[in-house]
Write a protein that binds this ligand. Structure first.
Ligand code: FAD
Ligand code: DHB
Length: 394
């Protein structure tokens, strides 16, 4: 079997793998991206929608932000709804930052288009099956295609292959530590062909559970409902979804109505917090969901993945240019500082807004008091605004 060679072998064409490959190309470092699924599949998989201030800057600086700036919407705040009332968190006034609403599917489409236009090597329907030799200087990825098994030899392997990929389990168990927290609920997410009922995102805490109102441009709404962690879409006919959403977003004094329309996508996402330390073993580096998971409440999963890719691109470009390993050696510690900040924020915001099925009436009163405090204290809302829009690049 012929063995191909590249500098950096990247497993996974999600946001982390594609941005890494794009940034490496701009730094003159060759890479190959192996993706198990088809291009159509990765371009249409519904996921996140909020791009942090700093991640939008990374995309613009990399020449990949033009469509985001045309089609995305800059948001200067979010609305918190609780106890039938509404409170706006004004990002611009509290921390001078904003976020861009631009779907992960569109970022993935943009990055694939850039890679292909630049002559990049992205191989779809190419599933990595094994990573070998990571403790030496010439690691190899075995992968399967319609033409049979192939081998890619590299200087470094970067696993951007998500939580269920083969990257993280390829590190010997005694060399890593996993930190984990599970939640007794999940999210049912829908896409609907109906103009959004609000200009900004609404995060609603209700006795019946959490709900989130988001958007995908002027004609499509993206909505989420807290559901049980063993729930599935079969339990949720469209009428039940709209009735439940309307109940959770209702304001005490009325005056707001949720517009409904045809639902085009429905899926249940489990909630989990997870970190793998360190994010490297030998010549294998982990980035994005392969190394860490956050519950989606703080909209951090996509953003963490993009930050990892930016850090790694800088580290691998420096190694490539000078042979200096300092940034590669520091990658895990540097990335983990941001990861743990996001882990705290995401689990905090999840606890603030969800109904804990095992919680007591006392817990719910405390939750209300916490939301009241955020609504009445500038410093409390500033903390939310700073974390949500993204803390400075570390
Ligand atoms: P992924 O986007 O998961 O990309 C990994 C890629 O690796 C995939 O394309 C996969 O096919 C490929 N792959 C896996 N194994 C192999 C293999 N062996 N060989 C080759 N390729 C392989 N975050 C939010 O902030 N808000 C949300 O609402 C939200 N919703 C989500 C819904 C779902 C169902 C999921 C799974 C995640 C959601 N997230 C959300 C999280 C966010 O989308 C992720 O954090 C983000 O996709 C991470 O990017 P990534 O590149 O690290 O991984
Ligand atoms: C979206 C997803 C999130 O997890 C979030 O906190 C905000 C928005 C979205 O898909 O639009």
């Amino acid at each position: 079997m012929a063995e191909e060679r590249t500098r950096v072998g990247i497993i996974g064409a999600g946001p982390a793998g594609l941005l890494l490959s794009h940034l490496l190309h701009r730094a003159g470092v060759e890479s190959v991206v192996l993706e198990a699924r088809t291009r159509d599949h990765v371009e249409h998989r519904q996921r996140a929608g909020v791009v942090e201030h700093g991640v939008a800057r990374i995309l613009r600086a990399a020449g990949a932000g033009a469509r985001m700036d045309r089609a995305g919407a800059v948001h200067h705040g979010i609305e918190l709804r609780f106890d039938g009332r509404s409170h706006r968190v004004d990002f611009a006034g509290l921390c001078g930052r904003d976020v861009v609403l631009y779907a992960q599917t569109e970022i993935v489409k943009d990055l694939i288009a850039h890679r292909l236009a630049d002559g990049g090597d992205v191989r779809f329907a190419a599933a990595a099956t094994a990573i070998e030799g990571i403790e030496g200087e010439r690691p190899r990825i075995r992968y399967g295609t319609a033409a049979g098994e192939q081998v890619l030899a590299c200087d470094f392997v970067v696993a951007c292959d998500g939580f269920h990929g083969i990257g993280r389990p390829s590190i010997p168990a005694e060399r890593v530590r996993h930190f984990e927290k599970s939640y007794p609920f999940g999210w049912l997410g829908i896409l609907a062909d109906v103009p959004p009922s609000a200009t900004e995102l609404i995060y609603a805490r209700h006795e019946r559970g959490f709900a989130l109102h988001s958007q995908r441009g002027p004609r499509v709404s993206r909505l989420y409902l807290q559901v049980g962690n063993d729930d599935h879409v079969g339990n949720w006919p469209d009428d039940r979804i709209w009735a439940e959403l309307a109940a959770r977003f209702a304001l005490r004094d009325g005056g707001w109505e949720l517009a409904t329309g045809p639902i085009t996508d429905k899926a249940v996402t489990p909630m989990r917090s997870f970190v793998c330390e360190p994010m490297r073993h030998g010549r294998l580096l982990l980035a994005g969901d392969a190394a860490h998971i956050v519950p989606p409440t703080g909209a951090k999963g996509l953003n963490l993945a993009m930050h990892d890719a930016a850090l790694l691109a800088e580290a691998l470009a420096s190694w490539h240019a000078t042979g200096d390993h300092t940034l590669v050696d520091g990658y895990s510690d540097t990335a983990l500082r941001r990861v743990w900040r996001a882990e705290h924020f995401s689990s905090w915001m999840t606890g603030l807004l969800h109904r804990d099925p095992n919680g007591s009436a006392f817990d719910r009163r405390v939750q209300s008091a916490h939301l009241e405090f955020i609504a009445s204290s500038r410093s409390a809302s500033a903390q939310l605004a700073e974390n949500y829009t993204g803390l400075p690049y570390v």
